[in-house]
Design a protein around this ligand. Sequence first.
Ligand code: ZN
Length: 307
Amino acid sequence: MLPAAAAATAGASSQGASESLAADQTPQLRAYAPAPFPVPAVLPGLPGGKNAPAVLDRTPSYVPQTSCDPREKPGITAFKRLVMSTYPAGRDWGSVRNCTDDGISEHLEGRAWDWNVNVKNPTQFAQAAQLLTWLTNDNGYNARRLGIMYIGYNAKIWGAYRVAEGWRPLNNSNAHTDHVHFSFTWNGATARTSFWTGTAAAEDYGPCRPYAGQPAPIWTHPNPTPCANPPALPASLKKAKRLWRGSTGTNVIRVQKKLKVKSEAGFFGAATAKAVSKYQKRKHLPRTGVVDAATWYALKMNRKPKK
Ligand SMILES: [Zn+2]
């Protein structure tokens, strides 16, 4: 039984950036709100999942993006294939985005997916309602089994970590009426939840930032401990510029010369990120794949280039 739907009004200010759903961190108690779609008559769900374990995947914490690693993670690839074959009316709008895009977004670490199902298209809207109801019903039973952290659609947001509140108003400049946004936990992104494996994994808190405001290393293994508040960036590193996936210009060219990256002239793409990561390994720096503050100084980017 659900509590009566209350008039839920938008509270927190908008985050501005189109897909930065980070406003959702603010704990606010609201009455259980109804879904932003009509309740469907049938719920086909997603086929192919392993049997649920006796102890289900735990309710996840909100673990926002910390690293810059726009490579689609295997759990997202597997989920989207299942969705596209089960609900063929929608389209794949992709998982990854360059780190130069604004805001905190799991798209920057390949841990999110945009599913193009427009509320104005009756078939797409009906299929979205079917999948999202199947995922979120029963305190998010199937969302937990798949490691879905939150969902944004049709001006509302549903978070597995705030499941008691149901669908809350989405404080975002993009109302998400033409697509569903899915963000995954690290277990979901790496396909280590019970839907895929038959067992519930311990929570993975993801990579931690070495300094406040600096990107975390690229995910390589689960982290069972919540990240502590990172220390402030040392004063000696404060004048660094940041170069990462999507950056362009002469500083990118300088880095590419230093690291002998032959492709992507002037554009910081996958090859440059890989070379930076290799360099960081050699220098025992956090392997962020980003020319972060520590790497900027290690590469002597603070010195004027010789003519
Ligand atoms: Zn999105």
